[in-house]
Design a protein around this ligand. Structure first.
Ligand SMILES: NC(=O)c1ccc[n+]([C@@H]2O[C@H](COP(=O)([O-])OP(=O)(O)OC[C@H]3O[C@@H](n4cnc5c(N)ncnc54)[C@H](OP(=O)(O)O)[C@@H]3O)[C@@H](O)[C@H]2O)c1
Length: 294
């Protein structure tokens, strides 16, 4: 039986999805997170990696608060660059483990004629995107043959509050909500991302991958679809980014091209509205509804 170590696997949105999927696919799964100790202490990290003897290490730990990163650049750098860099270096010398690491569509900014491909030049607009870019570069430099980096985006799924939950909760309480319509991206279901991650890990396909569901949306379109699917009564008002000022600048267009992933999987990742229906009414429906109403 293959062994996996999932950093962030007990609490993170993606970490929990990975833990479930690995378990369902017959892997032996161990998680590691802040409750176990300080992962930024190299001796501790080294000891836990060595003890786990994992075939694959999945790192889902990150500083994911995009706006807060602007005021906490050093802490964001520690989690988004220093930790993955240390992981990759330790695995290079210590074991034959394969490393699966995650990055973001926010490494891109501005407009593009088409969805961003892996070979396009990243130009992050904020601290979060910059530190994530430095992390992915560090991982691929330290472990080029035994690491893959999956850039993903706009995650929704069970286990941790996400944009879809926030919208549906707000809709439950209010008659009308305003959502930004001029930022476009690739909504992605954490459970689908976990499945592709395990596919890549099983094939040990190193390199950089854009791992998102197919299709594109604005935040407002994603909200509209979630509200329509759940029959929410509230009115949705599209607003511009200028009407919703945020500390960190977001890319206006961060849609990712997933054709490289599709080729590897032998099928195109399903469209996000189909994945969203699965999240809202599928196996995890009860969890999602409980979260929304609590
Ligand atoms: N969510 C998205 O929409 C999105 C979009 C693009 C890319 N990504 C990338 O996908 C990956 C997974 O994201 P996610 O949405 O699953 O993130 P998440 O739900 O915010 O989980 C982040 C994980 O990092 C852990 N963590 C944070 N600070 C820590 C610290 N100081 N020490 C130890 N652990 C710490 C958290 O632990 P606690 O639970 O204890 O805080 C949690 O397990 C990340 O690389 C992220 O950059 C996410």
């Amino acid at each position: 039986m293959a062994k996996a170590l999932v950093l962030g696997g007990a609490t993170g949105l993606l970490g929990q999805a990975l833990t479930r999927v690995l378990d369902a696919r017959g892997w032996q799964v161990e998680t590691l997170g802040r409750a176990d100790g300080n992962l930024l202490e190299m001796d501790f990290l080294e000891e836990r990696l060595s003890r786990a003897q994992a075939d694959v290490v999945f790192n889902t730990i990150a500083w994911t608060q995009v706006d807060d990163a602007e005021d906490h650049a050093e802490e964001a750098l520690l989690l988004n660059r220093t930790l993955p860099d240390a992981l990759a270096r330790l695995l290079r010398t210590q074991s034959q483990s394969f490393l699966v690491h995650y990055s973001t569509d926010f490494v891109f900014s501005g407009q593009n004629a088409a969805a961003w491909r892996e070979e396009d030049l990243p130009q992050p607009a904020g601290v979060y995107g910059r530190t994530k870019l430095e992390g992915e570069e560090a991982v691929l430099a330290a472990l080029p043959e035994r690491a893959c980096v999956l850039r993903t985006a706009w995650l929704f799924g069970p286990g941790r509050r996400n944009f879809v939950d926030t919208i549906l909760e707000a809709c439950h309480r209010r008659d009308a909500i305003s959502v930004v319509h001029d930022q476009h991206g690739s909504p992605t279901y954490s459970m689908d991302l976990a499945q592709w991650s395990v596919d890549l890990a099983e094939k040990q396909t190193a390199g950089l991958w854009h791992a998102v569901n197919s299709g594109r949306a604005s935040w407002c379109e994603l909200a509209a679809e979630a509200i329509a699917l759940t029959g929410g009564p509230c009115k949705l008002e599209p607003i511009s980014s200028e009407q919703w000022p945020q500390k960190a600048r977001r890319p206006a267009f961060s849609v990712l091209d997933n054709s490289k992933l599709a080729q590897m999987l032998g099928k195109t990742p399903r469209p996000w509205p189909q994945a969203l229906r699965d999240y809202l009414f599928g196996e995890y429906k009860s969890y999602a509804s409980k979260e929304r109403l609590s």
